[in-house]
Design a protein around this ligand. Structure first.
Ligand code: TRP
Ligand code: ZN
Length: 473
């Protein structure tokens, strides 16, 4: 289009507005942006762990030592309202140039908001491509709960982890779980290093002159920004397929190889058990990324390929793979709905134990209710700190009421409807919202629809939304 007001003639065009600087998340108000829907991210990244280059004498010692990311992000999106400006979430780094549909656009930055003014307003319904060229050392972001995410330098490379707001440290985007998109992530690293990401590896090319290797990863199913990952370093790579033919790509830091071998050998069996219990696997490949213990403070359900800081135990592998159904495929509409991720993934651990000669889910539930589950009383009490459906604040979205008490809600539903109907419900929930988003109200409505003769009033009121410990287990 040539002129915004011409192309957007009529009331909607004249009143083209600024897309909002957030999508109204109750816990992370700045996360995401209003006015558009991203359909695809094309990220081309080149990473130099140590940018020192003997041939470049212009560099000072300090700048030479800094790891550098040089990148281009092309974001395909559709305007959901007429837009004179729109925001992207992007924290740190340097923006070198920005175009919208190939035309130079102006931009301003403030905090995590990168505000873009295209040369002409965008009509509602219009699909547009924003290309951002950027460079620098990506930031590590500290969460309200004190954990680190975003871009994490490691001993032999770097790691990108995004929950809940880390993706904006390494690519500009609509950094909120409600806007899922497909991805192409291409990473160039110095020859000898590897780069692992989500989806399937399309190509791996080493050019002799550049002494660099380029890895191209393609994610064909929708993915939330917080699940996007890149792991750069030395890895032992194992490529296999499950019995059903699903590609498995596992990357393990050589230092963790021996400790990981036995548990990772269980991955195909865990996948089969989860497919049997949760329904068809929602993605076109699976696997794992195992880095060193100190590389991050937590495991994460990065799509296709969960991340582990050091060799996981079986329960953690079961947990992160269960998230592929509950979290990655069925994604929360907002960060308030976190228990739909963590309650399900925790309950998956209980079910695995029950099916593999461990405690029954009932025993786990009882231990939690009695306060004999954790090693110390403070942890047992913390289960009742707030209702799973309404965490106290952003600092508490990964606390035990979300995980353990969330799992207890699922167990209460199971006791109410019986095993057969319960498995219908958890499979049907994954099928109904496959590759989509859902919230707590969607879930309670779904459960009620699936078991119309049962009464869930007490479970919702006391277990899901109620403050304090419910009177009776
Ligand atoms: N989702 C991760 C898991 O349970 C844990 C986690 C990592 C997390 N970072 C977070 C939870 C940030 C909430 C917020 O497997
Ligand atoms: Zn989890």
């Amino acid at each position: 289009m040539t002129l915004g007001l011409t192309a957007c003639s009529g009331p909607s065009g004249v009143h083209a507005t600024s897309g909002s600087a957030g999508v109204g998340d109750p816990y992370f108000p700045k996360s995401g942006n209003g006015g558009y829907d991203v359909t695809h991210y094309d990220l081309t990244l080149a990473y130099t762990p140590d940018a020192s280059d003997a041939s470049d004498t212009s560099k000072t010692r300090d700048s030479a030592a800094a790891p550098t990311l040089t990148a281009t992000a092309t974001i395909t999106a559709r305007a959901t309202t007429p837009l004179s400006t729109f925001d992207l979430d992007f924290q740190g780094m340097k923006v070198n140039s920005l175009t919208v549909d190939g035309k130079k656009a102006s931009w301003t930055r403030g905090g995590q908001e990168l505000k873009v003014r295209p040369p002409a307003a965008l009509r509602k319904g219009r699909t547009f491509k924003t290309t951002v060229r950027y460079s620098g050392t990506p930031e590590t972001i500290t969460d309200p709960d004190g954990s680190d995410e975003g871009w994490l330098p490691t001993a032999d490379g770097a790691l990108a982890l995004g929950e809940p707001t880390g993706s904006m440290a390494w690519f500009p985007g609509n950094d909120h779980p409600s806007d899922k998109a497909t991805y192409d992530i291409t990473i160039t690293v110095p020859k000898g290093l590897q780069a692992v990401s989500n989806g399937e590896l399309r190509s791996e090319t080493t050019t002799g002159t550049a002494r660099a290797t380029t890895y191209s990863w393609h994610t064909p199913q929708p993915m939330a920004t917080y699940l996007a990952t890149v792991a750069i370093g030395h890895y032992d790579i194992t490529r296999t397929t499950t019995r059903s033919g699903l590609p498995v790509y596992v990357a393990v830091d050589p230092q963790e190889a021996a400790a990981s071998r036995k548990v990772l050998a269980e991955l195909p069996e865990i996948m089969e058990w989860e497919e049997y219990n949760f329904g068809p696997y929602p993605f076109s490949s699976t696997g794992a990324i195992v880095d060193r213990g100190g590389d991050a403070g937590y495991a994460l359900e990065t799509q296709n390929r969960p991340f582990f800081p050091g060799a996981p135990d079986t329960a953690t592998l079961v947990h992160e793979l269960a998230h592929q159904w509950y979290g990655d495929s069925v994604t929360p509409k907002s960060w308030r709905d976190m228990w739909l991720n963590e309650g399900f993934a925790t309950y998956a651990e209980w079910l695995w134990a029950e099916d593999h000669d461990g405690d029954t889910a009932q025993q786990t539930f009882d231990a939690l209710y009695k306060g004999t589950y954790f090693d110390d009383k403070a942890d047992d009490d913390a289960v009742w700190a707030f209702p799973p459906a309404t965490p106290t604040s952003a600092a508490h979205i990964s606390d035990s009421p979300v995980y353990e008490r969330g799992a207890m809600v699922l167990h209460k539903i199971r006791l109410t409807v019986g095993d057969a109907r319960f498995y219908d419900i958890i499979q049907g929930w994954a099928a109904t919202h496959r590759h989509g988003n859902a919230n707590t109200a969607d879930f309670t409505a779904y459960v009620e629809k699936m078991a119309p003769a049962k009464d869930f009033t007490e479970i919702w009121k006391n277990w899901l939304y109620g403050h304090g410990k419910p009177a009776r287990p």
